[in-house]
Structures are given as C-alpha cells and as structure tokens.
Write a protein that binds this ligand. Structure first.
Ligand SMILES: [Zn+2]
Length: 467
C-alpha cells in the first residue's frame, strides 16, 4: 500500500506549519562544506534493574539480564549548534521522560533539546519510560508501575555523562557514506488476507500459525540502510536502520537487546574502530512474524540475517563530501484519541478501577499524553540534512507506509527514517488501517483517526527541497 503524496497548501490540515517550518529551516547550499565538522560518539549502559517493569507493565518484569541494554549515539559538531542522534535499547520513551532525555543530552552537548534525536529501538523486554504516568499511578494509589523514576534519572545522567566524555575525543568529519542492502527473511507486515479475503492483523512478532506465515510479506521496506561518517578514508561511525519490530521472543523477563542488539554487537566486534549504531525504522505494523516462530534458536537466525545485511550495506557504501549540514524541526499536532475508553472520564476511571495492573498503566499513559496535549505541546519532527542524505525522526509506532512516503517525497536523496521518537502516541496508523479496524489499535494507540493526513503534511514540509 502506498500513501498519496501530500500537496503543501496554505489551507491544509497542518495549516500554518509550512510557514513556521520556513522560519526554522536554515538555508544551506549544496556541495562541499566550508565548515569544519567533527563527530563524537558515546555509549552507556541503560539496563534496568531486576524487578523493573517491562513494556510499561504489560508483561513480566525483569527477571534476568540476558544481555545489557545500551544507549549509543553520535554528536555532530560544527553544524550551527551540535546535533545529537541517540538510539536507546528501550521499548519507548514518552512525554516528560522524552523531554528529560532531550534536555539532559542537549545540555551535555551544548545544544538545544530540539536538536537531540532520541529513538528507542523498541525491544519489549525493556522499559517504557513515562514519568507523569508513574506519578499518576502513585497519586491514585493504583497498585501498578510503568517505570522507576529514580532509575530513569540515573540512566539519563549516565548517558549524558558518556556524551560529555565523548566530546573530548571528537574527530574531524569530511565525508558522509551511504549504503543499503536488502534484508532477506526478517520483516513482514502484520496484515495478511484470510482465505475469504478479509484482512487479519494478527501476524505478531512470533507467529506459529502456518497459514499466516505462508502469506506474502505485505507492505514492508526490505532495505537496511547505513549512513556513515568519515575522516577522509577512515570510517568513524556507522548508523544502520531497518524497519521491523525487533523481537524474536519476549515476555518472560529476560532483558535483552534481542536480535538487532546481537547483530550490532557482532558487527562492532568486526572492527572496534568503527562505532556501530542500530536504529529501528517506522515499524508499527511490521514484525518478524512470517519468519519467526518464537523459538529461542531463531533469535540467532534473525540476528545473523541483520548482521549480514549490515555487512553488505557497508560494502555498498559510497562516500561523498559532507555538505553544509542543515536542520529543521516541524511541529506535529496529533489530536488525542477520544472515543469510548479514551475520554478523560474513562481513562480516569480505568486508572483507579482497571481490573489488571496493566489496564491502570495504560490509562496512566493515556492521561499523561492527554495532559501534554492540553498544554498545547506539539511533537517535534526533526530532519537532519547531511547534503546527500536526510535523516528524519518519526513519532511512536509510525506505520511503515510513512517511511516509504518519506523516501518518495525525496527520491533525489538517501532518506533514512527513524521510528520511535516521541512515543506518547503509541501506534500512528494509516487511514486504511483505521478503516479496516486494525486490531492492534485496541489499546496502544492514543491518537485520533486522521493522523495520516496530518503526519503526511508535516513530512512534506520537513523534507521539502532546501532553500
Ligand atoms: Zn510495538
């Protein structure tokens, strides 16, 4: 399925944003940069302690640490103010927790929060961070927990410290590299057709149903993309992105970076001198289900497929002189979902009286997001313009169609889409998914129908040709 290319008009649903983006965009000129750029890298452990909730309280809490969770990032220096891109091995970072990450890393990097791109990798045996939701649970006496604010603060401070330390060993950047590789046998859309032709959305990360696994992959982005930064002919860092839910199996408290974390570690061991990052693309409706039965052995199989794509992508890299780096951030206003079960009164009631702890957690997360909407605080959609390549960060569990749309909006550029930025939205579905009653939108979607039109419009503005 492809989304229509939005037309930018003054009266469109994102009215006024086009004009605002114009003021935010820094006009840049193509070609070789006249500014000396440099790159710092940083990595810090953000593993949750035993007992910490996973996936916002929806599954077993942490019982054992199978492998550590990491926050890994780069700081691009010399572009007006520094730009930070960090990937975090957490399920989601939302609302005031997202703000805290951005402000702490911005302070450490000497920049502003809008220029800090925080992307969760979205493993499920990992935490969801939402500080206001946790406060609401505490205040209402609900016997349930989304996250531990004290641990959260320690983790953020540790990552900010690692960033600050990394600045001391920043290296000059002269070139940006771009590579890609088709990933075989990992991604498939949740949606497939039943024998009678009606859509099912039940192809989850681990799918044992043979019929569901036999059906076509559906709408995915089959390519893993790699952007790299170089000092002459010396590679400094490689940022890999691929659109798939990164879970092989989960839910029993085995904290892990899962198959993408394993692939990243293996790739890092190949050459310790080149800093490796993995970022999840827009994969709200994409899982490994067609290729994964959930057996523990299959985690290694999927890891190997991602690893091999990382290598092939790297081998295909072409280097170009880095252009003048541009940055813009477009505000995105998504209306909160407001039907039955999602009104303030319903959420309030569920916070206090929800039968399961997870019901109360979901209500708290919904209220946290609604409170933020009431304050009129839009989501930022940042775009980093590296000259030949563009990086755009999407909110929450944006569906893969938005990533494909971003590429179609700029066929003249290498577009890397990152998912799981501000995760307060939950799923950000297409209009078709809403119309077809995608069953995944039951409780983990806090945006009103109509998100496609608004997000598509914001993308068109954010990715427009530079000035
Ligand atoms: Zn998800």
């Amino acid at each position: 399925m492809t989304l229509p290319i939005p037309r930018i008009t003054r009266r469109s649903a994102f009215g006024g944003l086009a004009a605002l983006a114009g003021t935010l965009a820094r006009s840049t000129v193509g070609g070789t940069s006249t500014v000396p750029y440099s790159l710092a890298t940083f990595s810090a452990d953000v593993t949750i302690p035993i007992g910490h909730p996973c996936m916002g309280g929806g599954i077993e809490p942490a019982r054992e640490i199978v492998d550590p969770l990491l926050a890994r990032g780069v700081v691009l220096i010399g572009a007006d103010r520094p730009i930070v891109i960090v990937s975090v091995d957490w399920c989601e970072i939302r609302n005031d927790a997202f703000d805290r990450w951005r402000s702490a890393l911005a302070e450490a990097a000497g920049t502003e929060p809008a220029r800090v791109l925080v992307s969760s990798v979205h493993q499920h045996d990992a935490p969801v961070a939402d500080l206001e939701a946790e406060r609401l649970l505490e205040a209402s006496g609900a016997d349930a927990s989304v996250c531990d604010p004290e641990f959260h603060e320690h983790a953020v401070v540790r990552v900010a410290g690692a960033l600050r330390e990394g600045l001391g060993s920043a290296r000059p950047v002269s070139h940006v590299g771009m590579g890609s590789a088709r990933v075989d046998g990992v991604a498939s859309n949740r949606r497939y057709l039943l024998p009678d032709g009606t859509p099912s959305f039940g192809r989850t990360s681990a799918t044992r149903d043979e019929y569901a696994r036999e059906q076509p992959e559906g709408t995915i982005d089959p390519m893993l993309r790699t952007i790299s930064f170089w000092d002459g002919d010396r590679p400094l860092a490689a940022l890999h992105s691929y659109a798939v839910h990164p879970m092989s199996y989960y839910g029993s408290g085995g904290v892990s970076g899962d198959f993408v974390g394993l692939a990243r570690s293996r790739r890092q061991e190949d050459d310790p001198e080149v800093f490796q990052m993995y970022l999840s693309g827009c994969s709200g409706n994409v899982t490994a289900g067609k290729y994964n039965d959930g057996s523990p052995e299959n985690r290694l199989v999927l890891a190997d497929r991602i690893y091999r794509a990382m290598v092939t992508s790297w081998d295909s890299t072409r280097r170009e002189p880095i252009g003048d780096i541009g940055f813009r951030s477009v505000p995105l206003v998504l209306e909160p979902r407001d039907g039955a079960g999602f009104t303030m009164a319903d959420l309030d009631d569920r916070l206090r009286n929800g039968p399961r702890g997870f019901d109360r957690c979901l209500a708290a997360m919904g209220l946290s997001w609604r409170g933020r909407c009431d304050q009129g605080r839009p989501i930022d959609v940042p775009v980093v313009d590296l000259g030949p390549a563009l990086v755009v960060l999407f909110p929450g569990e944006s569906y893969v169609e938005f990533q494909l749309l971003a590429q179609r909006l700029r066929p003249d550029r290498f577009v890397m889409a990152l998912g799981y930025g501000e995760c307060a939205t939950g799923y950000v579905p297409t209009a078709r998914a809403v119309a077809e009653r995608d069953t995944n939108l039951g409780d983990w979607c806090w945006v009103a129908p109509g998100a496609e039109e608004v997000l598509s419009g914001v993308l068109a503005v954010g990715l427009e040709a530079r000035g």
